[in-house]
Design a protein around this ligand. Sequence first.
Ligand code: T1G
Length: 705
Amino acid sequence: MPELIHYDVRDRVAVLTIDNPPVNAMGPGVLEGIEENIARANGDADVDAIVLIGAGTTFIAGADIKIFGTLKTREQSLARSEATHARLKRIEDSSKPLIAAIHGNALGGGLEVAMACHYRIIAPDARVGQPEVMLGIIPGAGGTQRLPRLCGAELAIEMCTGGKPVSARKAADAGIVDNVAGPDLLHDAVAFATAMAMSGEVRKTRDLSNKIADRDAGVAACTAARASLAKTARGVKAPFKAVDAIEGAFTLDFEQGSARERELFADCVTAHESRALVHMFFADREAAKVPDVPRDTPVTKIERAAVIGAGTMGGGIAMAYANAGIPVLLKDVDGAAVARGIATIRKNYESTVAKGKMTREAMDKTMALITPTTTYDGFDQVDIVVEAAFEDMNLKKEIFADLGRLTKVSCILASNTSTLDIDEFAKASGRPGQVIGHHFFSPANVMKLLEIVRGRDTSKEAIATSLALAKRLGKVGVVVGNCFAFVANRMLAYYMREALLLLEEGATVPQIDKAMTDFGMPVGPFGMQDIAGIDVGWRIRQFLKSIGKTRAEGPQSEVPDRLYEMGRYGQKTGAGWYKYEQGSRERIHDPLVDEIAAKEAARRGIQRRAIKDDEIIARIMTALANEGARILEEGYATRASDIDAVYCYGFGYPRHVGGPMFYADSVGLPTVLEHVQQYRAQFGDYWKPAPLLEQLANEGKTFNP
Ligand code: T1G
């Protein structure tokens, strides 16, 4: 067992260094080691004070998240947090001043350990936070009791319900930390500890009371927090539990408040919400690991970029690059097209400034990074080109042939195509190793997913460069294979197939959309199409028909074609699946659409019936899981959690449900298989179960190991 805590004495100060790479998570032995070494320092005659500091890049990044999966019952959770609470109290009872020296991050249990120390000193660029709600839990090591004692109700609530870390400066101003250090944190921490030893003062956070003295104000802040969460939480429960626990800091004494925290923590850690969010935490990180692309694969440093096509997607992609500080050329066929693109970009930034989320100065600085052009001048200087032109194979082949001639050999040639075969235009470029799919999701400057499509000849360097770039653009990069419509749109087709068939069978547009938003989707399938444009879907269907393809196996509803023929393209024409008042985006049910669906059903001999919301969820989720299984067995996705990441970051699938594959695991694959077989009998062979689903269900296994 490597030594997790190093003990050194410097100028009569014991320096305890936590050494559990990569992020000093509180795995087995860490907290125990801290307590043992504090006891040692208290017994050490050569020591007057103690400093706790992290080795490597950070202080403690929290409890070891891998442990949560082992807490199967409330009892197990309660026993574990009782032991942790008791251990932190013993640490807090150190007779010699105990100073936490924070660099990098002090998150979750890391901040809780720091708050159990008597004083905290922080590096200027460090952050502290209680991100537990991002994992579907609440602070479980006394954070909901000690944090309000240091910074009061409002900030404690903000930190514990939002999960975002705060800066060193903000933490100091709020009283969470006592001092912001200079460039040498350890030096300043030892000096601070020596001063505290001189004063002989130990200050136990649990005994502080002035920030929690005003009980009514504390309770009022919690009530207000619940009200605002009711509008924003969209089905997640942990933030409400965090407020309940913090309220205990104002209405109960420390022991009772801590006991309440333990109870609420146990509620959360054993719930599906937390299992799903922990799954997604690791899914985000696993996605960056591609089995045949070693971590030390060389990556191209992206210092300049170019985007071809200044339409909705091209403009959003250029913004994503500029937001990351990368200068980008934005090219389109003529001045008018580029000017339209730049005008849309400016409008988007203006609305961000208007919402106070960006300063005008920052907007001007960012927009200055985007250079409009109608020529290939300067393309020989860029490190990556993202082609976001019209979805037409011949046009793309032409562009990639130009790029192959005009850009430097190390330049990555990426395409934002959502459907077309990467290998075809890779050949046209003459440099297939550099060609790769970078499929962004609309709005490209907002949606977190970057679907990275590897072609037959795409080099490992191009893949590694794309993954590193995704992180730099603030995206989750997921590498998928070059099958038709890749992973995201291939699965979306099955999602839409079932939504449209359910409509023909008797459900209504608002009913289906509500079932999906109640499930946690940000918008239902029909609301989403009205935003994206029914005409866009129609054009893709025409293109697919021209190459003899359909998006999904099985019957294709023609209701969207009927709407297209009526000029109902969605929000942009004031009517689509819904109708819209002039200038409003409020969706209004239009019975005319039900009539069209009924006519189409009659034409296809479908008997209409009343459909329950459960069936809507089951049909759609089962179709996703079955197609996801096919994608896995065909090798177009490395692991099931990649598919979950694609769906959560590409289509806003609720992270607290865990993605379609994790959801299927939670339903139970035998049940999912049963549904597929039932639907096959009811609707037809297009519901053939994926062999992988059958195999895993029969072996009692899951998609996600
Ligand atoms: N536990 C286990 N592994 C962790 C971990 C953790 N807390 N944090 C990171 N890792 C792994 C991660 O999986 C990856 O592994 C490697 O470290 C590098 O991480 C009691 C109960 C600290 C900001 O929620 O936010 O405390 O993929 O790629 O981008 O109340 O990691 O290399 O094999 O993310 O530099 C609360 C979670 C826990 C913080 C660094 N803490 N971590 O970001 O590196 S709950 C958190 C992060 C808790 C208490 C409760 C980030 C980071 P691998 P990385 P990074």
